[in-house]
Design a protein around this ligand. Structure first.
Ligand code: HAM
Length: 423
């Protein structure tokens, strides 16, 4: 039997209602922070990620799904959203339309990583990007939004790790210092770190291999190497976070696996997920728009893996009330009642209530059992007697109370009962 590719998961009907609720809440959250949705293509020219994500990154070096199309162009399934957002921003001249461009996306991404719990080859990111302002308040807005994503999901075992990795003015001297300190011990570093020493020595700090961590133990903090502008920016970001009351840990080993970051970098970690614990993760990227051919334009953003968010919720035992359950089941007895019930069911559906009925000619008892199995909130029962009296029997499945009401009264009760969700 043909099976799904490893690392590409099916989302089955029993899980999809939770996905939908989460997606609705994320959209409501983005709306509250005034981020509008952008949808970008699934694939792009490979060059976009080579330039944007960065040639030295693991993503570009090892993980992209790249192929030649029939026109012999190199195409890549997008491994992350940020370069595509900037391409769209430049391609459509959006800089000229508003001084500050704020968007969010909820999209599938593709990376050929080794699959494991929380690490997939096809995964979903909720991401936000803001282009056009250097204001540290915007970094804080992003951090607040990212924190809220986790809070909204009901997570408590989370930690915000924060740092600044400086800018092209101050970072080179820090990189040079790392290189100088580690050069005598380069033979002891792991294979990946030997490569990192060439491409981006900063990433050696981020290595998870115990011996590499020991070797980098005494290396001074990057925060001591920041130029005046980066130091001032970081101080103001931290001050805003203080105002918001968001707790954070300074993590000077936090480098992030992407090349484009400048100044603020952060990750919110689910402390119960082990090495694949990063949920929202991102930072500032003030040089990226220029790298991709635009005018110098500062930017800041983050993205959060939804599968990981769900995993963290499961680990913490977060249970959401299943609001997507069936609202009304119509049980009928006899041919006339079936016809009337069918019509009433369609009317309810046209008004937006989720409604199901019997299509298997089951007995009334079996229909009631089915309503129970489907966790219907209410059942409407219709037989000849009800048709004659122009009423329906309304059964509240939570209280088990049952009473005769008119159809209009039943609809009024449903309208009052079922409210739309907000985040
Ligand atoms: P990233 O750190 O590569 O950053 O990914 C962000 C988040 O996506 C991770 O923290 C994780 O939750 C999720 N994620 C990444 N890879 C996988 C995977 N293989 N399986 C499951 N989940 C995964 C970015 O993608 C940047 N574009 C974030 C950003 C936006 N920075 C600025 N703006």
């Amino acid at each position: 039997m043909i099976q799904a590719i490893k690392g590409a998961k099916d989302i089955l009907p029993e899980e999809s209602s939770l996905w939908q609720r989460l997606e609705e809440k994320l959209r409501a959250l983005a709306r509250a922070y005034h981020y509008e949705e952008i949808r970008v293509p699934t694939f792009e020219e490979t060059e976009l990620f080579v330039k944007g994500t960065g040639e030295a990154t693991d993503i570009v070096g090892k993980e992209m799904y790249t192929f030649l199309d029939k026109g012999e162009r190199s195409i890549t399934l997008k491994p992350e959203g940020t370069p595509s957002v900037i391409r769209a921003y430049l391609e459509h001249g959006l800089a000229g339309k508003a001084p500050l461009f704020k968007v969010y996306y909820l999209e599938r991404m593709y990376r050929q990583e080794k699959p494991q719990a929380g690490r997939l080859r096809q995964f979903t990111q909720f991401g936000a990007e803001a282009l056009g302002s250097l204001d540290p308040a915007l970094d804080a807005e992003m951090l607040d939004l990212a924190w809220k994503v986790c809070e909204m999901a009901g997570l408590k075992q989370i930690e915000l790790r924060l740092s600044s990795i400086g800018c092209p003015n101050c970072r080179p001297s820090y990189k040079a210092m790392i290189k100088e300190k580690l050069l005598p011990k380069v033979g002891e570093l792991c294979g990946d770190c030997k490569e990192r020493m060439e491409k981006n020595p900063l990433r050696v700090l981020d290595c998870k291999v115990e011996h590499c961590r020991e070797l980098t133990q005494g290396i001074p903090s990057i925060l001591d190497y920041l130029c005046a502008e980066c130091a001032e920016h970081f101080a103001r970001v931290k001050a805003y976070l203080g105002e918001l009351g968001i707790p954070y840990l300074l993590d000077t080993r936090l480098v992030r696996g992407l090349d484009y970051y400048t100044k603020t970098v952060f990750e919110i970690i689910a402390t119960n997920l082990g090495s694949q614990g990063a949920l929202p993760a991102g930072g500032r990227y003030d040089g990226l728009v220029e790298t991709l051919g635009g005018k110098p334009t500062p930017g800041v953003g983050f993205a959060c893996g939804i599968e990981r968010l769900l995993l963290a919720m499961e680990k913490e035992g977060v249970v959401w009330k299943d609001d997507n359950r069936l609202e009304v089941f119509i049980a009928t007895l006899g041919e006339e009642a079936k016809k009337a019930g069918f019509k009433l069911g369609q009317e309810l559906r046209h008004q937006g209530f989720s409604c199901e009925m019997d299509f298997l000619s089951r007995s009334l008892k079996a229909q009631m059992r089915e309503a129970d199995r489907l966790k219907a909130r209410f059942v409407l029962i219709l037989g000849d007697e009800e048709i004659r009296k122009k009423v329906v029997v309304l059964r509240d499945m939570a209280t088990k109370e049952q009473r005769e009401v008119t159809r209009e009264a039943a609809i009024a009760i449903f309208t009052e009962h079922f409210v739309h969700i907000a985040y």
